[in-house]
Design a protein around this ligand. Structure first.
Ligand SMILES: Cc1ncc(COP(=O)(O)O)c(C=O)c1O
Length: 459
């Protein structure tokens, strides 16, 4: 019989070789280059552990999946209970209790008057669903999105993805998808004025580079959509479930979108799940008759384990006051980095809300700094930020990442349960890396030129 624990122990140190051979060799190479090719054997809360018991502070949280932290005991308990209950799941021609319970709870917590939920397996599937629903309900085809927005990588979601690097090689995508500048309500109004727009899809805060729109923008978008008969889809896959300091980011401006999407953190980091929350009139248009009651459907979307994780996560968020904690800890990180910024012109900008934070860097002012910076930029934009991410990991065992393409942005997406200890560990490490970056020639520039060399070879 397959013995998971024994097999994992027996093959523990083969992870890099196996992944490199059979899954994604180039990703494996990049991980090796930046010192991220590790073998983790355990995880808890905000930490990963290697076989020697060394701890790694995880400020990526699985791209935002581990809102409640890794292996949260309440989610583990739920999953154990689930297995012991021998639940009859995925009958398909049934009305699963857990799906109804999760939908009921999400709708009670969501902004505005949303009345139905479609359950999915991921963020991008949720976006596909929302786009289909909006087009069918509005009886129009055009969809407006914001440049630099990220909504996933399947074909429909990619059609409203404002990042050229992701689109290249896969076009043509869906027709009638039009980008507008993020944060510019007038530009949006100009598009809506034609009266042929089915939907506007936006991230409330752009996740890749953490761009926060001007105050009042989301409320303006909601108002303009209403005025022009367009459906407002708010993609809260990253921002939702506490990350920005409220359960839904829409709450910051009392916005009432027509469709809200959540995913990532709802999973508790265990079972993929997504949810599309929408207004009843949209339901009536899409599922318009008994014959069309499953006109949009999926096989795994209401899976019992995923539903059970979602219910547990919503409970933990409230019980542990994680949105409030995210706001306080996010502020502490941003305040700390702003303190460093006063004496460090390499920090160009610090922005974010709650635990969704970007630190934007720029080359130092001296001639050598400018030359080096320009060189790095020419060779591979984003290399300066990568030169910080590498020593944060190698010298301080902290996982961060470069946010977006061609941007010198370090993105932080910590679990929402981090405390002062984790904040201080990051701030101390970041200060040390900044200090090292002042030296030329010095370790940061060496890392930069090494990575640049590989980038050229890889072309
Ligand atoms: C805002 C947003 N929407 C959609 C997605 C796609 O989600 P998934 O990776 O689960 O398909 C992401 C993923 O990062 C996201 O950040």
């Amino acid at each position: 019989m397959f013995d998971l624990a024994a097999e994992m122990t027996r093959r523990r140190d083969e992870n890099i070789a196996l992944f490199g051979a059979h899954v994604n060799p180039r990703l494996t190479k990049v991980l090796q280059l930046i010192g991220f090719a590790k073998t983790y054997v355990r995880a808890e809360g905000a930490y990963l552990y290697d076989a020697e018991g060394k701890d790694y502070l995880d400020l990526l949280a699985g791209y935002g999946v581990f809102g409640v932290g890794r292996n949260h005991p309440a989610v583990v308990r739920t999953l154990r209970q689930y297995l012991d209950l021998d639940i009859a799941s995925m009958v398909q021609l049934d009305a699963p209790l857990l799906a109804g319970m999760l939908a009921e709870k999400l709708l009670a917590l969501a902004p505005g008057t949303l009345e139905n939920v479609f359950l999915t397996n991921s963020g991008t599937e949720s976006v596909e669903t929302a786009l289909k629903f909006a087009r069918a309900a509005a009886g129009r085809r055009k969809v407006i999105y914001a440049d630099k927005d990220f909504h996933g990588l399947t074909l429909g979601a990619l059609s409203v993805n404002g990042n050229r690097d992701f689109r290249d090689g896969f076009e043509p995508l869906l027709p009638d998808t039009v980008p507008v500048p993020f944060g510019d309500a007038a530009a949006l109004e100009a598009q809506l004025a034609a009266g042929d727009v089915a939907a506007v899809i936006l991230e409330p805060i752009q996740g890749k580079t953490v761009h926060v729109p001007p105050e009042g923008y989301l409320a303006d978008v909601a108002r303009l959509c209403r005025a022009h008969g367009a459906i407002f889809i708010l993609d809260e896959v990253m921002t939702g479930l506490g990350r920005t300091g409220k359960l839904f980011c829409a709450e910051w401006e009392n916005v009432e979108p027509d469709i809200v999407i959540v995913s990532k953190a709802l999973s508790g980091g265990f079972v993929p799940v997504g949810a599309v929350l929408f207004r009843r009139w949209i339901y009536d248009k899409v599922f318009s008759s008994l014959e069309r009651c499953v006109v949009h459907s999926n096989t795994f979307g209401r899976g019992g384990m995923a539903m059970a994780c979602g219910l547990t996560v919503l409970d933990i968020l409230r019980e542990e006051r994680l949105p409030e904690n995210a706001l306080a800890m996010g502020q502490a990180i941003m305040d700390g980095v702003r303190d460093l910024q006063r004496s460090n012109p390499m920090i160009k900008d610090v922005r974010g809300r709650g635990l969704m934070i970007a630190i934007e860097l720029q080359p130092p002012r001296g001639l050598w700094g400018r030359l080096q910076g320009a060189l790095m930029d020419k060779l591979s934009p984003g290399l300066l930020a990568q030169s910080f991410v590498v020593p944060l990991m190698s010298d301080h065992r902290i996982l961060t990442q470069v946010g977006g393409h061609a941007a010198d942005v370090i993105r932080l997406l910590p679990p929402l349960m981090i405390g002062r200890k984790e904040v201080d560990r990051f701030l101390g490490a970041f200060a040390a890396v900044l200090e090292a970056a002042k030296k030329f020639p010095g370790p940061i520039w060496e890392i930069g030129s090494r990575l640049a060399g590989h980038a050229i070879k890889g072309r």
